[in-house]
Write a protein that binds this ligand. Structure first.
Ligand SMILES: [Zn+2]
Length: 276
């Protein structure tokens, strides 16, 4: 009897434990949290991701950042296929885009970080001087024991906190450096995949760092959802959009340019400099 009951009430494997290959790659553009994988039981076609902090969960995030898996798959597959094709066909142009992007990024973030770090180091030195001064004053008898202890404790606390901040900022600067965009590294991966026919977890792991999903918005009656793809080693890169015809003409132009670049005399002529 028990065995019979056990057989009939056998636990069904919960479909909620199913994993999706995008799990762990998606981030909410508002709160930075991961997006969770979900699907509706009454509509097995409706597989989607949404912010784990949305109203249904804890309400920390005001919007759902809902995105369907099929939409996402198409989008990411096309993006990777396009970047692979572009990087293969226009290697030099691709490297230029990555380098420009890197320059912009360094200008913005790294410069700010380094400035903050230098400021903190200067403050740390200032505190050293203050500590010495307090000690001198104490020796000269200008400060009472109580006042001396109070001041030196205050400076020590400040310096302790500052040293922790310096350590943390140094780490951030070093990490950013490590992330320095690496077009050659990315090209090595590209060479492994001449054609992206199907999106797999392996491909995602090779190419994708993270995917930032914005909330869908209605603009002039049109539904728009921004999705930013951050690639490994090269970050968020926008490659020029081209029609088939434009692409073909660019390939011709690009090859011609390459030939020209190889020829010094022609290159000098091209720049309009006098022929020697
Ligand atoms: Zn969110």
């Amino acid at each position: 009897m028990i065995q019979k009951t056990f057989k009939t009430t056998k636990c069904q494997k919960s479909r909620h434990t199913e994993k999706n290959m995008f799990a762990g790659f998606l981030r909410c553009s508002d709160c930075g949290a991961n997006l969770n994988y979900k699907f509706t039981h009454d509509n097995p076609d409706n597989h989607y991701f949404s912010c784990k902090n949305n109203r249904e969960q804890n309400g920390l995030c005001k919007k759902t950042h809902h995105i369907r898996v099929d939409v996402l798959t198409d989008l990411v597959k096309n993006a990777i296929a396009n970047i692979v094709r572009f990087a293969t066909e226009f290697e030099d142009e691709f490297v230029k885009i990555v380098v420009d992007e890197d320059y912009k990024r360094i200008q913005a973030t790294q410069k700010k970080n380094i400035e903050a770090l230098n400021k903190m180091i200067a403050q740390d030195k200032e505190l050293d001087t203050l500590c010495e001064k307090v000690f001198e004053e104490k020796i000269l008898g200008h400060l009472s024991e109580q006042r001396f202890l109070k001041l030196s404790q205050k400076y020590e606390d400040e310096q302790f906190e500052l040293k922790a901040q310096i350590k943390n900022m140094k780490k951030i600067v070093a990490e950013e450096k490590q992330h320095e965009l690496n077009a050659d590294g990315f090209l090595k991966i590209v060479r492994k995949y001449s054609e992206i026919e199907e999106l797999t977890l392996d491909i995602l792991q090779e190419f994708i760092d993270k995917i930032v999903v914005h909330h869908r918005e209605e603009i002039m009656g049109e539904t728009i959802q921004e999705v930013e793809i951050y690639y490994k080693m090269i970050g968020h890169i926008e490659i020029p959009k081209m029609s088939k015809l434009e692409r073909e003409s660019c390939i011709k132009e690009f090859r011609a340019k390459k030939r020209r670049a190889n020829c010094l005399i022609q290159y000098t002529l091209q720049k309009g400099e006098p022929k020697k």
